[in-house]
Ligand binder design. Sequence first.
Ligand code: SF4
Length: 315
Amino acid sequence: MNKKLDVYLAGPRGFCAGVDRAILMVQEAIKKYGAPVYVRHEIVHNKYVVDNLKNEGAIFIEELNEIDKSDRPVIFSAHGVPKSVPKEADRLKLLYFDATCPLVSKIHREVEHFERKKFPVILIGHQNHPEVIGTMGQTAKDIYLVENKEDVKNLPIPKDQKIAYVTQTTLSIDDTKDIIDEIKSCFDFVLEPKKKDICYATTNRQEAVKNIAKHCSYFFVIGSKNSSNSLRLVEVAKNYGSEHSILVDDLENFDPLIINNASKIGITASASSPEILVKKILKKIDKYYDINIIESDFEKEDINFKIPQKLKEVI
Ligand code: SF4
């Protein structure tokens, strides 16, 4: 007889509204224009999603100059792009659609607003992440990237200078709070975003993991290595009590026997990972254990983002 295993499934988990919309935009564009449709950068950071879209007719590129059929449409990824990218697309006379998540676009508008007010902007985020590159590229004025409290201390801005800050959408809520506290202690006048920039999906997925991590000696986060929100979930599970918090980016090679003698495990899927991958991991574990699933719902989500009018008009 198989050993008993309690499996806590974090809820909510998996696709967020921005990811759903971005994938739908690529699929609708392929339906309308036929293959191939170019996508600038991975539409969302998930290998399974990207491979499926490749099979449907998407070609993924990093820069517009890689496009060799200029009569084909191009879609910009959910992470957002610097202002120079649509400008370049116009110059090349490309038909483009922008799948930037509306919550990332909101941050772009905040940066513009602070630019008009002539405030230097501090961006809390991770260097080289496409969302950060996109947000930095919203202004030609002063914008400073900080990744930790040390970076804040080293900013070349006088203490009495009025400053503003914005954040990447997929950060750790706890780490970001510490960095914001540091900013407030280093500067006399800090203008904050109207609403917190860390998005609802990031917040809910992290809170859901926090609620159950302490029960689970193993915690599996389904997601890709280049996905910021996946990596943060791994950290959260570890910080909130799970002994072994593991990113599962290659389900084919996932060995359920690493669970060994554990009696309770947790599973979540990042905002860019589809639910089908949760089903697949459960199927693998189910072969060796008598599993008892405990669904834990931190928050019900019913947020949807409409596809942009420019694409709606043509489909
Ligand atoms: S994680 Fe948040 S900001 Fe990123 S695509 Fe999803 S909803 Fe948008």
